[in-house]
Write a protein that binds this ligand. Structure first.
Ligand code: AMP
Length: 278
């Protein structure tokens, strides 16, 4: 596996592949990789003969009070996992390669970015769109693979790609979960043993709410019940449990059309998100 830290060595490797007519798939991550990330790498390998993974903890998507400084890192472990998964190139640049001195562009995302996560983390989706479009440009990838775990992020990235007419396809992979249902996440490393036991309630509450929606409950009832269950299970605060239409992220009052049930909730100092299809 090639390890590139700057734009020139990245371009050199990709240029060779493109000259040989090989398509390139990209898997952007913030590192501290788990089976969810590796599922994206496996999907990328099905989509293209060459796979690039990136590890970059993107400062522009964190607010000052958030966990940028303590975000978990294990580059040596990540490299071994990527190599075993058949990744061809790891792009792990320092901040000044992604945002060189004089960098002057910012992105404001509207539409699907203004709801849910965008309300609680207003800086996030502009930062995500900025780093993703920059990584698309630096790598020249033909397709990028994202996880359904961050459903709203996928909607926002698709919107940015469409709005900016970027020549890249966006593919998704279903959420990879632990045995008890908890969605794998690098941030799960922050959970203490007792919090980790409680954390399973997030998926369980969403699954029960999805069941109630299928049985005809309206979304206000189903999501309020899920919020109560989370608080009873030991979550400290629920930012939202909400039903959105998959096609355009519009609120839905009932199940029926293809929808997504999304939630964000705090367990101690750790904020977890998850979502399920309805
Ligand atoms: P992150 O490193 O958390 O920024 O995630 C990088 C990519 O991996 C994003 O596209 C995530 O949606 C995806 N991802 C994270 N966790 C999972 C999971 N449990 N299952 C599937 N994809 C995931």
């Amino acid at each position: 596996m090639i390890v590139a830290r700057d734009a020139a060595s990245l371009r050199e490797a990709v240029g060779g592949w493109k000259a040989a007519g090989q398509r390139v798939a990209l898997v952007p991550t913030m590192g501290y990789l788990h089976e969810g990330h590796l599922a994206l790498v496996h999907r990328a390998r099905e989509l293209a003969p060459r796979v690039i993974a990136t590890i970059f903890v993107n400062p522009t998507q964190f607010a000052p009070h958030e966990d940028l400084g303590r975000y978990p890192r294990d580059e040596a472990g990540d490299m071994a996992k990527l190599e075993a998964a058949g990744c061809d190139l790891l792009f792990a640049p320092p901040v000044e390669v992604v945002y060189p001195p004089g960098f002057s562009t910012a992105i404001t995302m509207r539409g699907p970015a203004e709801d849910l996560e965008g309300v609680f983390r207003p800086q996030m989706f502009g930062g995500v769109a900025l780093v993703c479009t920059r990584l698309f440009g630096l790598t020249g990838a033909d397709v990028a693979v994202f996880g359904e775990k961050d459903w709203q992020q996928v909607m926002v990235v698709r919107q940015a790609v469409s709005d900016l007419a970027l020549p890249i396809a966006i593919e998704t992979v279903p959420t990879v979960r632990a045995e008890d249902g908890l969605a794998l996440s690098s941030r799960n490393a922050y959970l203490g043993p007792e919090e980790r036991r409680v954390a399973r309630a997030l998926h369980a509450a969403l699954a029960r709410a999805a069941e109630r929606l299928r049985a005809g409950a309206n979304s206000a009832e189903a999501t309020a019940q899920a919020e109560r269950e989370l608080l009873e299970a030991g979550f400290r605060q629920v930012d939202y449990v909400a039903l959105r239409r998959e096609a355009d992220f519009a609120p839905m009052e009932h199940g029926g059309e293809k929808g997504r049930l999304l939630a964000a909730a705090w367990l101690g100092q750790v904020r977890l998100i998850d979502n399920l299809p309805v």
